[in-house]
Design a protein around this ligand. Sequence first.
Ligand code: FES
Ligand code: FES
Length: 159
Amino acid sequence: MIDIELVVNGRSQRVHAHPLARLLDVLREQLGLCGTKEGCGEGECGACSVLIDDVLVNACLVPVGQCEGSRVDTIEGIGADPRVAALQRAFVDVGGAQCGICTPGMIVAASALVRTRPRATPAEIRTALAGNLCRCTGYVRIVDAVAQACGAGESEGGA
Ligand code: FES
Ligand code: FES
């Protein structure tokens, strides 16, 4: 067990954990940030998406020991950005969430897109969200929500 210092959602944190502990577990169990979900636990579904130094990663695959000195942003912290707040509103307006398990990861992944491509096209949105799986929506409303936040209008449709 070691001490690891990192900045989570803008706040300095020191956690005491095995260096190979999953960042996902440290966020949820030590820091109480349960917005980051576990789906597959194997890097396939994107439910655990977070940003490390602005790079989108699956927190179920990241050993917390690799996060020393890093900036970690989770769904709880990214909404202060007005572009992300617009994304969150769009998910509500368009009905982009059903059971909600995938939604935090979708919004974290979409936030990485809108920060770099604020006028992303539906095709770019689909590519950006390709690592995030949803069992409920068929993806159309998710793409529509991100497109609305991008001011890009309706999606191309299809699942
Ligand atoms: S829980 Fe991490 S990718 Fe599925
Ligand atoms: S809304 Fe249920 S998995 Fe996406």
